[in-house]
Design a protein. Sequence first.
Length: 59
Amino acid sequence: MAKYRIEHRYPCYANGGCIPYDGYFVQKFEKGFFTDKWVDIKGFGDKKKTEELLEILKG
């Protein structure tokens, strides 16, 4: 079963802009040959949307 988590990032810049905002990202854990890493799936500016996506992914 895949592992998922929510990561909060501040500041997060949209499209290379200069205005920072709170960003919430759903991440998936991937095992690699030499190293393991967390990979971004989708980012939102709203924590509620992020939590809804996480619930869908976890089933």
